[in-house]
Ligand binder design. Structure first.
Ligand code: PFF
Length: 444
């Protein structure tokens, strides 16, 4: 079977950015920063991005472009006859776990988009009660989640994926502008200063092992790492692409979106008298207040939620693509069959995640409801473990010469920081992950 490849250089990069920038930046980053103490978390997060996530992304690129196959096939090809392909399988499982709760939040965004069309954010109070009553109801959020999931399946079904990626070339800059405008507005609200301080003045006393693990998990989640997404996309890249540069651009874009989202949400949290430690509802509770208080807020709300949906969709597509291409290439299913099976399975697990906000809230797995359990399972276990093995694979299993060849395109490019990269992948990344884990288990 001939594999597609990206028509343009921008195609691969846009798909990667599309996967990276999503609910992780706009929905998750602000509440993670809010619940983990603010500035200190953000600084640790940024340090992880550059020292850990960047070398990891490059490692995934190396595996993907060298093997030209899906994550499972990639390990089979580069390390035949070994168990390394389990790393790819872990990514498929991770994608399934993430998509289960990701599409629930996607469903929340669908509901808020519909509300914005009705200019429904007019009361400046009650956003919190409204959010809580919506997410805990048994039917509506489940239906919304199915709509979001259905849209994701439809995109991969009809092959309009490329079309979506073309759109996101326009929509991403637009999203950037919108979030920028909203952030500027939020920064000028009364009491915004407290939110700014919260984001820039670190209080190191709040840092503990779980804050560090959360920062690591958030970095991997936001950049879609440890799951074979970057392996998949880079397998379509051609041999002249500068992998290092693509990684840097993706990382910086993703970071900018996260920080802007933080500056949009956290000052408003303080301005409207909420707690930054709200958790997953933060964006959906704070933004309606912002829109209600803002001149022309109704129009901003419509624009914001539609673009948020596109950003969420491009990330969800990348997750579903990992599952589907595994089922097609490794299990020999037809594309449509793979989509139907995974769609049905995700409706079930997603509905459970949704119901765990209401009628199933008493059902706990290791002390977490199903939604939180899936979230933690992916960000703090599956992704770091995947990341660990990817680093070990590139740093210890692959030959230095081959790694170098991929990075400098067989001598065509000058790679100045190779030694630093090599050190980070071989030693820093795996050791940091192990230490963070042991620390969390209380072994230090
Ligand atoms: N990076 C996406 C976001 O920030 O919304 C979420 C995500 C996509 C995580 C793909 C993991 C992944 F493999």
């Amino acid at each position: 079977m001939k594999r597609d490849s990206f028509g343009s250089r921008l195609g691969a990069l846009m798909a990667l950015i599309g996967s990276a920038v999503g609910l992780g930046n706009l929905w998750k980053f602000p509440y993670m920063a809010g619940s983990n103490g603010g500035a200190a978390f953000i600084l640790i997060y940024i340090a992880f991005l550059f020292m850990l996530c960047l070398p990891l992304m490059i490692s995934e690129f190396i595996i993907g472009r060298r093997s030209q196959s899906n994550p499972v096939g990639a390990f089979r090809k580069l390390a035949p006859g070994t168990k390394w392909y389990f790393t790819g399988v872990l990514g498929v499982i991770g994608a399934f776990v993430i998509l289960s709760f990701y599409s629930v939040v996607g469903g929340w965004a669908v509901k808020y988009f519909i509300t914005s069309l009705q200019f429904g954010f007019t009361s400046a109070t009650g956003a919190e009660a409204e959010f809580n009553s919506f997410v805990s109801s048994p039917v509506l959020p489940v239906v919304m989640h199915i709509i979001f999931l259905g849209a994701t399946v439809a995109v991969l079904w009809t092959g309009v994926k490329d079309g979506i990626e073309k759109y996101s070339k326009i929509l991403m800059p637009l999203l950037f502008l919108l979030v920028l405008v909203l952030a500027i507005y939020a920064l000028n609200l009364p009491n915004a200063r407290m939110g700014i301080d919260f984001m820039i003045k670190p209080d190191w006393s709040k840092v503990n092992s779980s804050v560090i693990l959360n920062a690591l998990g958030q970095g991997l989640f936001s950049l879609s790492l440890g799951m074979g997404i970057a392996i998949t996309y880079s397998s379509y890249m051609n041999k002249t692409e500068n992998l290092f540069r693509i990684a840097i651009v993706t990382l910086v874009m993703d970071l900018i979106f996260a920080l802007l989202a933080g500056f949009m949400i956290l000052p408003a949290v303080f301005a409207f008298g909420f707690e930054p430690t709200q958790g997953p509802g933060l964006l959906f509770i704070v933004l309606p207040e912002v829109f209600a208080s803002m001149p022309g807020g109704g129009i901003f709300a419509i624009m914001f939620f539609i673009i948020l949906l596109v950003a969420a969709l491009t990330s969800a597509i990348s997750l579903l693509e990992v599952i589907v291409s595994y089922l097609i290439e490794e299990k020999k299913l037809s594309r449509h069959r793979a989509l139907v099976y995974s769609g049905i399975a995700l409706v079930i697990t997603g509905s459970l995640c949704s119901l765990s906000q209401g009628i199933l809230s008493d059902f706990k797995i290791f002390g977490n409801n199903i939604f939180d359990f899936f979230d933690k399972l992916s960000s703090t276990y599956i992704m770091p473990i995947g990341a660990f093995f990817i680093a070990i694979f590139v740093g210890w299993k692959m030959k230095r010469k081959h790694v170098n060849e991929e990075l400098d395109n067989n001598g065509l490019l000058k790679i100045r920081l190779f030694n630093l990269f090599w050190f980070l992948v071989r030693y820093f990344v795996p050791l940091a992950i192990v230490v963070i884990f042991l620390n969390m288990l209380g072994i230090f």
